[in-house]
Design a binder for this molecule. Structure first.
Ligand code: ZN
Length: 852
């Protein structure tokens, strides 16, 4: 079909010409022939409009208006929907009734209604509802849903509150109007881990986490995280839950992390189930964060939704910002900030520097599933954080109060969102809006000068051209700055400088000495900071003294990158960096989680990006060697201190996933990773043999594999955990990420033959393939065999699950970084993908964009 060439544009937006007051859905479940009956009360808003409904892969059994079955000449059916001609419609409110048949068991794309291990479940965001029934499947059409589910399964769930439950049949009513993407249905043989929550106005809410039998013992942490999220949203945002029941269901086959369907969240089981033996510290933190994220959507996404999918970052940027703030409050704020910025740079900066760069609010797309990106989510969250800095904490709360008051029950735009900030703060945000509409990461250059007690900082900003966007106007950038004395004392309170010009100076008067600047504290804006080479910052001094934890860590990272980049080009380890790390290790125990982050070297992918940004072509093999050599140099220089730290950070007593013991473990494991370079993996093997929790067991496994002595441990681990799908996902991934680069491909080729490699399961597929692609030098083999292997598997997955295949194709987005040989090899694989007969719309758009 011609689908592949259809581009949707923001500028083409038209309101839907009907109001959908109420929808009743009746499901008769059957794996091969589920019957879906829909009755919709429609009110025409414009005279003589045809009625357009979306629908894909549906078998139409009946269509009637006010009880009158339509003749075939009164409507037109296509591959993508159905149009009822205006002449067939009454001028006043009418009832449209349809009956369709669908086959959930044959649905491998996991979008719409599908089956996972015998259980029925749905995924409708963004455009999955059209695979369930004919409907105006767009977020600005909101309706009240009344759903009846009939089937054999003992548990039958949908959105809202239950109004009737009997064997084989359940009825659910959702009093809150919602778009179809928030619809959900689950039916299966499930058990609940239950609890309750009393809201601030006294409403009793029943809480249930539904899982397969046997998994109910691993739900306690998620349930407590849900209660903490509900309390936090009341206290920090004044938002209360609005139904009598809140259900979460864990599903093994799921394309995404989790989905915020109204009152019935559906989760990838990976982000619900946790026990000390099977989940790592970072799993626990992610589970808490994702539970919070989906819960917070109840207000930012569900009660106030998006007008169209171009506005996706309205709900995602804000909700990511909210979940990040929540985790910062529950755990260690500065550590969380460093983790978030690291993730932003690893994913979003990488995306923004390549052919897939796009604005947080894109203005065109072919397949919206391809825009669930780091730019929409993580950069979207950074923009909300910048707004908060510009208006201050109270101004932010006032703006959000106005947002909820003004727009509750509406489908909104970025313009609506910025308007509440303008109206509540009186500020003009027209220039700020470029953060939403323009792609690219601004580069911020800084130089300084000191004369007669006056210190001047001069900034220049520039944003490179990106695909489809040429020269860009200056952004409105909040730059948090501190000034330090030569003993490391703060000379001023942290100040937010607002840059609005392409070049701008800021003056600090009355200083008795030349200060050391600490710029972009807390990473106050998502930019690349570059220093005037004539006056580079004293990174070792800042690493030792900066009172801003983010900038302390940042100084260490800058030193690490500088030295490893020099080493990749034949240089030696910088003694001042090695010494600075020694000082850090000495008092590391004072702040273990922070120290662990400072000891972690930049990833090989980040080193490659740094070289590319400096105008050099990265050599993956040289990068791998340089990083190993730097780690070895650190271990040799500080062996005794690291060894003492490793022993001192052992946590006694039963495992708890709390921030303090987790921080100790992370420092202990950071020391282990360095020591592995000189002890041949002996400590790691001992830890692997003794560990009683997954955090240490998995990290130790990675280190023995990296030391080249991991075969026995891999076999032991597999024997112990082969019946546990989530743990086995870790087993597949870690041996590929940790393996020596020249063995990664042969290992991956062996693993795809493993009977446990169920490639149709998204988690398992991602574990193996992303694990392989994360082995930077292994994936970027100069003979191109890594690229070929990866592309072969994308092409195999695409006909079954285009969404996952398309998302994973971003392993190729960095082709422009590398030497001409690798560039042409990667482009050849992308071209081979693009030219494949019958390619999905998803993967077709991605390969075309990456080829440029
Ligand atoms: Zn979300």
């Amino acid at each position: 079909m011609t689908q592949n060439t259809l581009t949707k544009r923001l500028s083409d937006y038209q309101p839907y010409p009907f109001e959908l007051e109420m929808v009743r859905l009746d499901f008769r479940l059957d794996p091969d022939a589920t019957q879906v009956r829909a009755r919709m009360a429609m009110r025409p808003l414009r005279a003589a409009s045809a009625l357009e409904l979306d629908g894909e892969g549906l078998v139409l059994r009946k269509i009637a208006v006010d009880g009158r079955v339509l003749a075939a000449s009164e409507y037109t059916q296509s591959d993508t929907g159905l149009v009822i001609h205006a002449a067939a419609l009454p001028a006043q409110t009418f009832t449209l009734e349809t009956e369709v048949e669908i086959a959930p068991a044959a649905n491998t794309a996991l979008e719409g209604l599908y089956m996972s291990n015998g259980m029925y479940c749905t995924q409708c965001e963004a455009e999955g509802f059209r695979k369930i029934t004919y409907y105006p499947d767009r977020p600005d059409v909101m309706a009240r849903f009344h759903v009846t589910v009939a089937g054999d399964a003992p548990v039958l769930l949908s959105n809202g509150n239950p109004v009737a439950q009997e064997t084989g049949r359940a009825e659910w009513v959702d009093p809150w109007p919602k778009p179809a993407y928030l619809f959900a249905l689950v039916a299966g043989d499930l058990v609940a881990h239950s609890g309750s929550f009393t809201t601030m106005s006294g409403r009793e809410v029943a809480l249930n986490i539904w899982v397969r039998k046997g998994d109910e013992t691993r739900c306690a942490f998620a349930l407590e995280a849900l209660k903490r999220s509900m309390t936090w949203d009341e206290q920090v945002y004044g938002r209360e839950y609005d139904l009598d029941i809140f259900n979460i269901v864990a599903v093994d086959d799921f394309n995404m992390g989790a989905m915020e369907n109204k009152g019935l969240n559906i989760f990838n089981s990976k982000w619900v189930l946790a026990s000390p033996e099977t989940a790592t510290d970072s799993d626990y933190e992610r589970i808490e964060g994702i539970i919070a994220h989906e819960y917070f959507h109840n207000w930012t996404g569900n009660r106030i939704t998006c007008r169209d999918w171009f506005q996706l970052c309205l709900k995602e940027g804000l909700t990511v910002y909210r979940d990040q703030s929540f985790t910062a409050d529950m755990r260690l704020g500065p550590v969380k900030r460093i983790e978030d910025v690291s993730a932003l740079r690893a994913r979003q900066f990488r995306e923004d520097r390549g052919p897939l760069s796009h604005p947080p609010r894109p203005d065109h797309y072919k397949e919206i599933n391809n825009f669930y990106t780091a730019t929409v989510y993580e950069k979207g969250a950074e923009i909300v954080g910048m707004l908060r800095q510009l208006v201050g904490p109270q101004g932010y709360r006032d703006a959000l109060d106005l947002y909820f008051e003004r727009h509750d029950g509406q489908a909104c735009t970025i313009e609506d969102w910025l308007k509440v900030f303008e109206d509540s703060s009186g500020r003009d945000l027209r220039q700020f809006k470029h953060w939403y509409t323009d792609a690219g990461t601004p580069r911020l250059q800084v130089s300084d000068d000191f004369k007669d007690g006056t210190y001047t900082l001069e900034f220049t900003q520039k944003t490179d051209q990106t695909p489809g966007q040429g020269d860009k106007p200056a952004r409105h950038i909040p730059i948090a700055v501190g000034l330090l004395s030569d003993t490391g004392a703060d000379l001023i309170e942290t100040k937010i400088l607002e840059m609005t010009e392409p070049r701008q100076s800021f003056v600090f008067e009355g200083l008795s000495q030349r200060p050391v600047p600490s710029i972009l504290r807390g990473f106050s804006a998502p930019v690349v900071l570059e220093f005037d080479t004539g006056h580079p910052p004293d990174s070792a001094f800042l690493l030792a003294h900066d009172s801003d934890p983010f900038n302390r860590w940042e100084a260490g990272r800058r030193l690490a990158l500088q030295t490893v980049v020099a080493m990749a080009q034949g240089g030696a380890a910088d003694p001042s960096y090695v010494a600075a790390i020694g000082a850090l290790i000495k008092d590391g125990a004072a702040d273990p989680a922070f120290c662990a982050l400072c000891l972690a070297l930049p990833s090989e992918d980040q080193i490659a990006q740094a070289l590319h940004e400096a105008g050099k072509s990265p050599d993956p093999v040289a990068i791998h060697r340089a990083r190993e050599a730097l780690a070895t140099a650190l271990a040799n220089a500080h062996e005794d201190a690291l060894s003492a730290l490793y022993d001192a950070m052992a946590v006694s007593g039963p495992y708890r996933p709390d921030p303090e013991p987790a921080g100790q473990r992370s420092l202990r494991l950071a020391a282990l990773a360095l020591l592995r370079r000189i002890d041949g993996g002996a400590r790691a093997q001992a830890l692997f043999d003794a560990a009683d929790n997954m955090t240490e067991s998995l990290a130790a496994l990675g280190q023995v594999v990296a030391a080249g002595v991991g075969e026995a441990a891999l076999a032991t681990f597999r024997d112990r955990w082969q019946g546990d799908r989530l743990v086995m996902d870790k087993w597949f991934a870690i041996q590929l990420t940790a393996s020596a680069p020249d063995q990664a491909l042969s290992r991956a080729e062996k693993l795809v033959q493993d009977p446990l490699f169920d490639w149709k399961n998204p988690n398992r597929f991602r574990s193996l393939m992303s694990g392989f692609a994360a082995n930077h030098a292994g994936f970027h083999r100069v003979d191109g065999a890594g690229y070929r292997f990866y592309a072969d598997w994308l092409l195999r997955l695409d006909p079954l699950n285009p969404q996952v295949a398309a998302r994973m194709s971003t392993a190729f987005e960095t082709w422009a970084r590398y030497d001409l040989t690798r560039q042409s090899l990667m482009r050849a694989e992308l071209a081979r993908i693009a030219q494949t007969e019958g390619l999905s719309r998803d993967l077709s758009e991605m390969s075309a964009r990456m080829l440029g």
